[in-house]
Design a protein around this ligand. Structure first.
Ligand SMILES: C[S@@+](CC[C@H](N)C(=O)[O-])C[C@H]1O[C@@H](n2cnc3c(N)ncnc32)[C@H](O)[C@@H]1O
Length: 329
């Protein structure tokens, strides 16, 4: 595969300073589903997300909307696994300066996630601790730092972070005196292992009413997208970091193992059919950077099916091995 864009995906945020670091994981709630609700044996939803996660992907979308789709005045965006809406509002913030009528619909199979998105209360966390405590907390998870939005002084920010923070302040207002509630597990861990427990500082924000109108949230399943999205109507459809829910099973301790091909292949084919049906001519499909959505049977079937349905990759990771964004002819 050739890398046909010069935009590179930045993974430098994952490089943490040594010792006495502060770090952050976005939000990482888990929602339980009924036993038989999901494909295979998965019955939990991992709703890890953050503001300005993988911003290069949204920047690509922005550039595409203002160039390739420059003659289109109404842009329809479907955020197909929006979790609690951090991603949906990120899209709204990043496209705020585009002078077009932009509609963004966030949907997620998780009902609790959608309830939270509709409430419009958001959290930005910072974790304090030494290298070991932070590592223990972060073990096995990717880091998406958005704590600069609520914690770092302007002087410490890059130009890009300053811009994102400016947008964040335009969209959200702080909830004063917010106190983090600790779970029983956290309380016990602090008592038993005080030296091995990171300390969280959380700030809470509410979406401003005039900005809330930019995004709508409804429960929905990507596998039944045609019940929600009219045919050929989406200019951009995102299903970021979510495919693994339907192609892997839980093996405890956060480990995922692939489901057998005979389960995975029909599921992925069905999803691509739905994606194809809902996306407009010249529209984009955004997968995200989660590696397991690109590898093994799931990824191979996904790419093959997208190609069969006349999608072409337009945005890759730097070595060209994963295609994050696809365009429909
Ligand atoms: C890891 S989160 C990713 C959230 C967000 N897209 C991001 O990248 O930050 C995965 C989300 O996919 C949702 N999800 C899983 N299967 C889904 C499906 N069939 N339809 C819609 N949402 C789904 C989960 O509920 C969860 O909120």
């Amino acid at each position: 595969m050739n890398n046909i864009t010069n935009i590179h995906c930045n993974s430098s945020r994952n490089i943490q300073p040594r010792r006495k670091q502060t770090s952050f994981q976005g939000v990482t709630p888990i929602e339980k589903l009924g036993k038989d609700t999901f494909v295979g044996v998965r019955n939990t939803l991992i709703q890890e997300t953050a503001f300005f996660r993988e911003p290069e992907l949204i920047e690509f979308v922005k550039q595409y909307i203002t160039t390739t789709l420059k003659d289109k005045h109404k842009i329809n965006i479907i955020d197909g696994a929006c979790s609690k809406g951090y991603e949906t509002y990120t899209i709204a913030m990043m496209l705020d300066d585009v002078s077009k009528e932009i509609k963004i619909l966030g949907l997620d199979i998780g009902k609790e996630a959608i309830n939270d998105a509709q409430k419009g209360i958001y959290f930005v966390k910072q974790i304090h601790g030494n290298e070991d405590t932070v590592f223990a907390y972060k073990f096995g998870l990717a880091a998406y730092n958005d704590d600069y939005l609520a914690f770092s002084p302007e002087t410490q920010l890059s130009a890009k972070e300053k811009y994102y923070k400016k947008k964040f302040n335009e969209f959200f207002e702080a909830i004063p005196n917010y106190k983090e509630k600790r779970t029983l597990f956290e309380y016990i861990r602090e008592k038993l292992f005080p030296g091995f427990t990171p300390h969280f500082e959380t700030k809470a924000f509410k979406i401003k009413p005039e900005k809330a109108e930019k995004c709508q949230f409804i429960p929905g399943d990507i596998r039944k997208l045609d019940r929600i999205v009219p045919e050929n109507s989406a200019d951009v459809l995102l299903f970021r970091n979510a495919l693994y829910h339907m192609t892997t099973q839980e093996a405890g301790m956060g480990l995922k193992i692939p489901l057998p091909d005979k389960i995975v292949i029909p599921v992925v084919k069905d999803i691509v059919k739905q994606i194809d049906k809902s996306i407009a001519h010249n529209g984009l499909f955004v997968i995200g950077e989660h590696k397991s959505d690109h590898t093994l049977t799931a990824g191979k079937t996904l790419y093959k099916e997208l190609e069969n349905r006349n999608f072409t990759p337009v945005f890759y990771n730097p070595d060209g091995s994963m295609a994050y964004i696809w365009k429909k002819k």
